[in-house]
Design a protein around this ligand. Structure first.
Ligand code: URA
Length: 365
């Protein structure tokens, strides 16, 4: 997941950008710094692809060198005005999505005036610029690093005060009522399969007042036999990850976007997700978590759509480990998409990614 996006024009500032990248990568994870849009395959809508890359970042750095404003294409027209100018398109997206945009001046460039900019990026002229001078490069970059760090989403420790026993009792009653409703959900597309196989529906499990709510995909065989989420191999991975941040599953609440086991171990289909998400919505209302952790693409897709986040069209590969904010009925919350723990069962290498993403949950423990 890239948190820092560096936007630049190769012919204008490539040398500076290389030096800047080297410095930044000693302060930030190199994987958090996005510099060059991968070669795009023929047929790809590049405006959309660039927008997706920009939406995924938290801080957008626009490197402005001496030829930034005036660079020309072969036909003598200004590149900044061309339909396919990456630099302008990326800045447009960053401004449109209200990213922290920091213009960084290099090579003694000065900040372009509003009247000289294409209208769609005129607002760039109002952003406070930062100058990287040749002589004091290391010092200037240190200052820039500070600015970036303070701009990255400030996560105030968002722990939750212990609920009174009366509140806990109420929440338990509400969850029990919801569970009864789920048992009786004859309209579910998976009800017949549940009954035929003598499976249980799996509403969820854990602390009814948890600060961290995990939402997985759907129950597997073990889960459907026991009526509890994450009690199979994926659950073992989840427990191991929780341990790395000093948590036990009883401290959290765990559920899924689909609450009955689909046949043949297949992925859930949209009609099933649509049927069960009102239960998930109700669980969120009851538990009132400070952070929701969708595990995998199905849960992430639903939660980003539910809170209508600008990132809702992005893929989990672009968003895992990225802490986002949303407004829930019970107050402001965080959303942290993480890969589904089953991924580790297929590719052991991914364990480090999972472990790293789980570290983001520490302020909520
Ligand atoms: N996978 C899930 O997504 N949820 C479970 O409960 C178990 C495995």
């Amino acid at each position: 997941m890239s948190r820092i996006f560096i936007n630049y024009r190769r012919q204008d500032s490539e040398g500076y950008v290389g030096r800047l990248y080297d410095h930044l990568s000693s302060h930030f994870e190199p994987s958090d710094i996005f510099m060059d849009v991968e070669a795009m395959k023929p047929g790809v809508d590049f405006v959309r692809a660039l927008e997706e890359a920009v939406v995924a970042c938290d801080v957008f750095i626009a490197i402005i060198g001496p030829q930034w404003l005036t660079a020309e294409s072969e036909d003598g027209s200004r590149r900044l005005d061309a339909d396919n100018d990456f630099v302008r398109i990326e800045i447009e997206s960053a401004l449109k999505h209200d990213k922290v945009v920091i213009p960084v001046l290099v090579g003694r460039a000065t900040m372009p005036l509003k009247r000289d900019l294409p209208e769609t990026i005129a607002a760039l002229a109002h952003r406070n610029a930062f100058e990287l001078s040749h002589q004091r490069f290391a010092y200037d970059v240190e200052q820039l690093v500070r600015t970036i760090k303070s701009a990255l989403l400030p996560v105030k420790p968002a722990t939750k005060a212990r609920a009174s026993s009366e509140t806990l009792r109420r929440k338990m009653r509400e969850i029990k009522a919801l569970r009864d409703q789920l048992f009786d959900a004859k309209a579910s597309p998976l009800y017949a399969h549940r009954i035929e196989n003598r499976y249980f529906p799996v509403l969820g499990d854990g602390n009814p007042d948890a600060n961290i709510l995990f939402i997985g995909q759907c129950p597997g065989e073990y889960e459907a036999i026991q009526g509890r989420p994450f009690v199979g191999a994926s659950g073992d991975v989840l427990d191991e990850m929780l341990l790395t941040i000093g948590l036990k599953r009883e401290d959290t609440y765990m559920t899924n976007v689909v609450l009955d086991r689909p046949p043949d171990n297949r992925d859930p289909i949209p009609a099933e997700i649509e049927f069960y998400v009102p239960y998930v919505d109700r669980l969120i209302e009851i538990v009132e978590p400070g952070v929701i952790v969708p595990l995998g693409r199905f849960a992430m897709g639903y939660i980003l759509r539910k809170y209508d986040l600008p990132e809702k069209k992005l893929r989990i590969g672009q968003l895992h480990g990225k802490l986002m904010q949303a407004k829930a009925a019970h107050g402001n919350i965080f959303i942290l998409p993480i890969y589904h723990p089953a991924m580790v069962l297929y590719s052991a290498r991914e364990k480090d990614t999972l472990r790293q993403d789980f570290q983001q949950l520490k302020p909520f423990v």
